[in-house]
Design a protein around this ligand. Structure first.
Ligand SMILES: NC(=O)c1ccc[n+]([C@@H]2O[C@H](COP(=O)([O-])OP(=O)(O)OC[C@H]3O[C@@H](n4cnc5c(N)ncnc54)[C@H](O)[C@@H]3O)[C@@H](O)[C@H]2O)c1
Length: 252
């Protein structure tokens, strides 16, 4: 309890999957959590359930691809709470296709959410963090931003971009005491992987699990503990780094 007490934490894509468990754990550890998502009913439900459990959360609708929406959300949070200590750029989408099968529309759509969304969020939050003299930005990349895998060309390109946007931002903003790190989950059991993990045949499940030496997918909360560490002051000397949470996928 209390590892992020007093911190105001904005999470994107907080309605479902890992975004939701990040919100829940950060609230359990004392944070005031701003749950944001384009899915308004599920986002509100996440905030309600945190508040019912005794935590502090509120929901604000946010489509991460909309620059104006970002500015309005950050303004509202700063007006009400006076600061934003932590931003978790979690919202993302997946397209499972090789290069030849990927259309230009799909390429643009996934880059808009997975990369431009992180760029917009970072740009919107930096003035408040600079003013406060501190901040932690946590960008959710993937093992697919580190190593190659079948059938995920555009997704891998977006997650590789997030990995280095993280380091670039860390280099530029360390002077303001703003830390920027990336998290690289392996195969996690969420809506994103549901069809493959629960509806797929043995061969496609095996292909998705790849070299996960723990031989199981993770539950979302297992990744939330990495996010909690980066959100807390326990990670005060971590900057521009990559936290891999992959059951050993990238170990061999
Ligand atoms: N599930 C995995 O195995 C896995 C592995 C590595 C990395 N990741 C990454 O982790 C993050 C979360 O993944 P998940 O599996 O929890 O996904 P999920 O599909 O369960 O949830 C994604 C959430 O993002 C929201 N979202 C999508 N587009 C949005 C937009 N434009 N604006 C605002 N919100 C939007 C959705 O409404 C949803 O609530 C993503 O960035 C994903 O790429 C997932």
């Amino acid at each position: 309890m209390g590892r992020v007490s007093g911190k105001v934490i904005l999470v994107t894509g907080g309605a479902m999957g890992m975004g939701r468990t990040h919100c829940e754990l950060l609230a359990e550890e004392g944070g005031t959590v701003i749950v944001t998502d384009m899915n308004e009913s599920e986002g509100q439900a996440t905030a309600d359930s945190i508040n019912n459990a005794g935590g502090k959360a509120e929901f604000l609708p946010l489509n991460v691809t909309d620059d104006t929406n970002w500015k309005s959300v950050v303004d509202q949070v700063v007006t009400k709470h006076g600061k934003v200590d932590v931003l978790v750029n979690n919202a993302g989408i997946l397209i499972f296709k090789a290069v030849e099968e990927t259309t230009t529309e799909e390429w643009d759509r996934i880059f808009n959410v997975n990369v431009k969304g992180v760029f917009f969020g970072t740009k919107a939050i930096l003035p408040a963090m600079k003013k406060a003299g501190s901040g932690s930005i946590i960008n959710i990349s993937s093992i697919y931003g580190i190593v190659g895998a079948p059938m995920a060309a555009a997704y891998q390109a977006t997650k590789g971009a997030v990995r280095l946007l993280t380091k670039s931002t860390a280099v530029d903003y360390a002077q303001y005491n703003i830390r920027v790190n990336s998290v690289h989950p392996g195969v996690i059991d969420t809506a994103m992987t549901k069809d493959l993990l629960h509806g797929g045949d043995k061969e496609s499940i095996k292909a998705l699990m790849g070299t996960t030496i723990l031989n199981r997918p993770a539950q979302p909360r297992e990744v939330s503990y990495a996010v909690l560490h980066l959100a807390s002051d326990e990670s005060s000397f971590m900057n521009g780094s990559e936290m891999v949470v992959d059951g050993g996928y990238t170990a061999q």
